[in-house]
Design a protein around this ligand. Structure first.
Ligand SMILES: Cc1cc2nc3c(=O)[nH]c(=O)nc-3n(C[C@H](O)[C@H](O)[C@H](O)COP(=O)(O)OP(=O)(O)OC[C@H]3O[C@@H](n4cnc5c(N)ncnc54)[C@H](O)[C@@H]3O)c2cc1C
Length: 552
């Protein structure tokens, strides 16, 4: 890449010069270091760089500047170079402002002035940010394009997959001029969509998720046959286990069937995770966790579903759906839960064509000016409603109960009550859906009166109770009646160890009935269904993994 820029802005000329000097000393051979003494001149410089088609890797802005402060500058700079990493330079007294900026401008770091010696306080931070910037897909790759039909479940699935894996792409409709031109150039037609044109110009017609993953640079096959720790599931619990396992020197493999982030990755705003007073989007939080795990050399596979476990002492084999396998001394099962399907006539056929499970955030802009329906009364539904209220003309929340108080956190109920275009319909159920190529009408039933009414809409987002998808485990590990995996003391019936249990000790706290297989997060029987507890259990599972390995 032709020398990308590192831009620093500080209104104090001597500080500005000294930052630039430190930066040039370390990065001058690979990056162009540009300095400015006000937010507005720095913005002019950014626009010029943009016009020349060049890149900016990192922005460092002083917080206290007259006219435009550092946060305002970084906010404006995001419009020009959204992928540049952002650092705020602050005095000790301004750390509150810096913490706020973490949320306002998704700040990557704040540095306290002075930062001497730079070898200790400045360079390690910038080294990590530059590494992260260089691996941002859009930086190293020009653009992935998806050509498809507006109301096609397969086109939606491809876009959703790319979005959840944070692969930037451009969406083109097959019935519009540019989409049709691309299809013709690839020698394909409308019958072949969705078509993905990769950044190196390959056209993939109706690709599987594994094809797609491999073509956009995600690993899909393990690099080794044997690991110390294999983590199944890339939600917060799995990512937590991968970060702690890899950082503590275990050869760690994380296997994810779709996209790392799990349910949390679909949350538009997590407001109760420690350390983020203004909330954080689930995608941001889990992307950071993914990068953190990779920094510690955890290996990550996507689009690989584990369909069986087999004990072959001293290891456990993880079987994949394509009949291949990988071995690990220990396993953390962190497969979470998935939404239950809404069982009403007509809806199954319309899934992905107006009926969506979870927030399907990529559809939000398409709901502009329309009326949408959300089913569910828990926090996930509430967050979805708040998020969609920024796009839709009206958001209807349908709940079976009398009100939200028993199922939703107070902070979300308060938010919803303050938003004029959200209406909650208590005691209401969806009993049917219709439409030709996409959803056009829903049938709703008032549970008290039994009265049924049809409403016109093209959008239904379903957030109803979640269930563990653990059938593949069969009798391998003990589960409760709802499919959640039992662990620790829950496995002891009247003080007796589970049938077939070989070790001369009781199961450890998060250990399943299969020795060396630990369970973390939502899939565990009795777990608290929260991001923080999932992360905590992932970390705790790793400490038990060490105990298991030492005690063998
Ligand atoms: C929209 C939404 C909003 C939410 N908001 C909040 C909030 O604000 N605060 C909060 O604390 N909690 C929130 N939650 C709940 C929180 O996200 C979950 O408690 C948390 O994600 C659980 O983490 P987990 O790692 O146990 O499971 P999950 O997040 O469910 O992740 C499990 C992962 O395992 C993968 N997987 C499953 N089976 C296999 C297999 N066989 N092979 C390979 N991979 C597999 C799945 O694809 C998935 O990625 C929200 C949930 C949703 C859906």
């Amino acid at each position: 890449m032709q020398n990308a820029a590192i831009l620093t802005v500080d209104d104090d000329p001597s500080v500005s010069r000294s930052v630039a000097r430190d930066l040039r000393r370390r990065y001058g051979d690979r990056y162009r270091v540009i300095r400015a003494e006000s937010g507005s001149t720095a913005l002019d410089a950014l626009r010029e760089i943009k016009l020349r088609g060049e890149q900016v890797a990192v922005l460092l802005a002083d917080y206290r500047m007259p006219g435009m402060n550092g946060i305002e500058f970084l906010e404006a700079a995001m419009d020009v170079f959204p992928l540049a990493r952002r650092v705020l330079l602050t005095a000790y007294a301004d750390t509150d402002a810096a913490i706020n900026a973490i949320n306002i401008v998704d700040l990557d770091h704040y540095l306290l002035k002075p930062w001497n010696p730079p070898e200790e306080k400045l360079y390690p931070v910038l080294d990590a940010l530059l590494d992260a910037w260089l691996t941002t897909p859009a930086v190293t790759m020009p653009e992935t394009k998806v050509v498809g039909h507006r109301w096609s479940a397969r086109s939606f699935a491809v876009r959703d997959f790319l979005a959840r894996n944070l692969v930037p792409y451009r969406w083109l409709r097959a019935d519009e001029a540019e989409g049709a031109r691309l299809l013709a150039a690839a020698g394909l037609g409308e019958a072949d969509v969705p078509v993905v044109i990769t950044t190196d110009g390959k056209a993939l017609a109706r690709p599987t998720e594994t094809d797609l993953a491999a073509h956009v640079g995600m690993a899909t096959t393990p690099a080794s046959d044997l690991y110390d720790l294999a983590v199944i599931g890339g939600g917060p619990a799995g990512l937590g286990a991968a970060v702690y396992g890899a950082s503590e020197g275990l050869r760690t493999l994380l296997v994810e069937q779709r996209a790392t982030g799990g349910q949390a990755g679909q949350s538009s705003r997590i407001e109760n995770y420690l350390g983020f007073p203004d909330g954080v989007s689930g995608a941001q939080l889990t992307d950071r966790a993914r990068r953190q795990a990779q920094k510690f050399n955890a290996e990550m596979l996507t689009t690989r579903e584990v369909v069986g476990l087999e004990r072959q002492d001293p290891v456990t084999l993880l079987r994949f759906s394509d009949d291949t396998a990988v071995a690990a001394h220990t396993v953390v099962l962190a497969t979470g839960v998935s939404y239950r399907l809404l069982d009403a006539p007509g809806l199954a056929d319309l899934t992905g064509r107006g009926v969506f499970y979870g927030s399907a955030a990529i559809e939000a802009p398409n709901c502009s000016g329309e009326e949408i329906y959300i089913v569910g009364g828990a926090n996930s539904a509430g967050q979805g409603a708040v998020y969609f209220s920024h796009f839709a003309r009206k958001v209807h929340i349908l709940i079976r109960g009398d009100d939200l108080t028993r199922s939703m956190s107070r902070y979300l109920i308060d938010q919803i009550e303050g938003i004029a275009n959200i209406e909650v319909h208590p005691n209401t159920e969806v009993v049917g859906g219709e439409g030709r190529d996409h959803l056009e009408r829903l049938t709703l039933c008032d549970r008290r009166s039994g009265r049924v009414a049809a409403v016109p809409t093209s959008w239904l987002f379903v957030f109803i109770g979640a269930e563990p998808r653990t059938d593949w485990l069969g009798d391998l590990v003990a589960r409760d009646g709802n499919g959640f995996v039992l662990t620790g003391s829950d496995l002891l019936a009247d003080g007796l160890r589970p049938a077939g249990w070989a070790p001369s000790r009781d199961p450890y706290h998060l250990e399943s009935s299969m020795p060396g297989v630990f369970v973390a997060g939502d899939v565990r029987a009795g777990s608290v269904k929260r991001v923080a507890s999932a992360v905590g259990e992932g970390a705790m599972a790793v400490s038990l993994v060490h105990r298991y390995l030492e005690g063998r």
